[in-house]
Design a protein around this ligand. Structure first.
Ligand SMILES: Nc1ncnc2c1ncn2[C@@H]1O[C@H](COP(=O)(O)OP(=O)(O)OP(=O)(O)O)[C@@H](O)[C@H]1O
Length: 601
């Protein structure tokens, strides 16, 4: 099984080679994000190293002040004490200044990286073909853009500096301890053994729990998004109670796993404190004996006790960081998977321009399958002359939408070619393709904004006059004028809400303004009331005039305005002819038509 792109994203059982492949992909992404920040990264690293070194000098200076400064002061020599005091102050100031530098620098780095990543994910997912979006649910996309990016942000904002600072601090403290008093460093070395065992225990346990926690939170998001996107169905089918139970179960899972995580911290943190305090006590007792023996100054004892105590300080933060690191690295793995996906409908390498398409559409030896194991449209040819209106009819699942999606190039055929004016769609310049072929989908989606904005989508540089003319042409002008703010009415605000039929008329106006050579229309199945239906039919007739049109017809009344009807069954075109001829015949369409006519009586 492959782990390329988003494949295998939900799996937990990666082989070694697969894990390596995923990690390499994450590293490449991280490298490309950090590359523009190289100079800033160096400055931050230098600032962190020097500030840690400056801070670590403190206890040694205190020790020096006590052991050398005070006896000298008794001899009226104030120089050593003054030196210790001023040096302590200066190292403190330098440390504070450098901390401010690296906090500022690392914030800039993290902001730049996050903006870059967020933009990449947005632009890339927008570019990916319909095929990707039809299988990768919106819940998962939202998870990538929200919780995953947040996990990376948390790590970049706090975790990384905590880790690097903590590590530097521990390394410098260890070095200073060896320099100041090597025997005391041995105590610390012994303390590292239980520390290592405890930390390893924590890592292994927490890794599993953090993974479970992430899976549980992702499930919560998916469940929430699915409920909200399908809220109409949820309410219509009274699914709330069941959703409540499911959601309750997920919340409980999430709570349980988080309680277990906290349980781990409840052992790890006191364990750390215990080891740290024991090490401090041992250093104090052993050092005390040596002071009495005269082998060690009191000042040195104080500084080694301080060093031993401070050595353990960053450990707690670093354990917290481990959590953040796990979440962020798995988030980065998932995001790098999405970014690795290629559009299944790629832009042509050498695009062919087609300025004024006439609108002749041909299918030459086309075969199509969504997945390798199931052919949806077996090999066929079809010629649609420019200007012809075609109605596609057939039972549900016959392949009508699939055929339409091939004309709009939402998918490429598995074999053969779809051409516009003789140019294969795979070679046509994407801009010309989008201008020449427009698909009006069933749901007639309106974006937030005004009615005018929504119509102008068909031609972004259209003047207001053009927008109004398009609305008039399809018969939408009258109802738009009747809206609270006319063309400026916000379609998402109360009062601006438009009916299903009105939404269709707006989308007709949008398509009319775009003025494509080929129009594909997935007719809405919802039955409109009679006046609305008449209005929509009239709008449709205007919209279809003078262009090639392919309508997925759900209403037989629509078929009347077609020049030609194609009846599809199991992916094949089983009847093809003028509506009147087919009705006069004895085929599928004649039977459908007779049944429809009878239902009207
Ligand atoms: N994204 C997809 N992935 C896999 N199979 C699909 C996909 N979309 C559609 N199919 C399958 O392709 C076949 C044809 O579907 P299509 O949507 O083209 O039918 P249709 O004639 O438009 O049906 P309807 O009138 O119900 O909209 C169906 O068997 C369907 O299960």
């Amino acid at each position: 099984m492959s782990v390329t792109g988003v494949q295998g994203e939900e799996r937990q059982d990666y082989s070694k080679a697969e894990s390596a492949q995923i990690r390499a992909r994450s590293r490449r992404l991280l490298g490309s994000l950090l590359a523009p920040q190289k100079a800033r990264l160096w400055w931050t690293a230098v600032a962190i190293i020097i500030s840690s070194a400056a801070q670590v000098a403190g206890p040694a200076l205190i020790g020096y002040g006590i052991d050398q400064g005070i006896p000298a002061l008794m001899q009226q020599n104030w120089f050593p004490v003054a030196f210790a005091g001023i040096a302590y102050l200066l190292t403190g100031l330098a440390g504070a200044f450098l901390i401010s530098v690296y906090i500022r620098q690392s914030a800039r780095i993290s902001q730049a990286v996050l903006i870059d990543l967020r933009t990449r994910v947005f632009l890339h997912t927008q570019k990916l073909s319909l095929e990707f979006h039809e299988s990768y649910t919106s819940g998962r996309i939202i998870s990538r853009q929200t919780s995953d990016l947040d996990a990376i942000r948390e790590l970049m904002d706090e975790g990384l500096t905590l880790l690097v600072r903590g590590l530097m601090y521990m390394v410098f403290t260890g070095i200073m301890l060896v320099i100041v008093d090597a025997p005391s460093a041995l105590v610390l070395l012994v303390a590292l053994i239980p520390l290592g065992i405890l930390t390893r225990w924590f890592q292994v346990r927490s890794q599993q729990l953090f993974r479970r926690s992430r899976v549980a939170s992702a499930k919560l998001i998916v469940q929430f998004v699915e409920t909200m996107t399908g809220i109409r169905a949820v309410q219509a089918f009274r699914k709330q109670r069941r959703n409540e139970t499911e959601f309750g179960g997920l919340v409980e899972d999430y709570r349980d796993v988080n309680a277990k995580v906290l349980g781990l911290f409840a052992i790890y943190n006191p364990g750390l404190a215990l080891i740290g305090n024991t090490a401090v006590a041992a250093t104090l007792v052993l050092g005390g004996f040596r002071v009495v023996d005269g082998a060690m100054g009191v000042g040195v004892l104080l500084s080694v006790v301080l060093y031993t105590k401070r050595f353990f300080d960053p450990m707690e933060d670093m354990a917290m960081f481990y959590n953040g690191y796990q979440s962020a690295s798995s988030a980065l793995e998932k995001i790098s998977g999405v970014l690795e996906e290629e559009p299944s409908v790629p832009d042509p390498v050498k695009p062919v321009d087609l300025w004024n398409a006439e609108g002749r559409v041909r299918f030459d030896g086309v075969e199509f399958a969504y997945t390798k194991d199931r052919v949806i449209l077996p090999r066929f040819d079809l010629d649609v002359p420019a200007g012809q209106t075609i109605a596609l009819v057939g039972s549900t699942g016959a392949g009508k939408s699939t055929l339409a999606k091939l004309i709009a190039r939402f998918y490429d055929p598995s074999d053969g070619a779809v051409t516009l004016d003789g140019v294969s769609l795979t070679e046509l310049h994407p801009k010309d393709l989008r201008r020449a072929i427009v698909m009006v989908t069933q749901e007639a989606y309106l974006f937030s904004g005004s009615v005018a904005d929504n119509i102008a989508l068909g031609k972004p540089d259209a003047s207001f006059d053009e927008i109004v003319r398009a609305a008039m042409a399809v018969g939408a002008h009258e109802f738009i004028e009747g809206l609270p703010n006319g063309y400026d009415t916000d379609v998402n605000k109360r009062g601006g809400r438009v009916s299903a039929g009105q939404r269709q008329l707006i989308s007709f106006a949008r398509a009319f303004l775009a003025n494509p050579a080929v129009l594909i229309l997935d007719e809405a199945t919802s039955s409109l009331d009679i006046p609305s239906e008449r209005l929509v039919q009239e709008g449709l007739t205007k919209l279809l005039a003078d262009r090639t049109a392919v309508i997925i017809a759900h209403r037989l009344s629509t078929v009347a305005i077609a020049d030609r009807v194609l009846v599809m069954e199991h992916g094949r075109i089983v009847e093809d002819g003028a509506p009147a001829d087919l009705i006069a015949g004895t085929g599928h369409f004649a039977a459908m038509h007779a049944a429809w006519r009878d239902s009207l009586v």
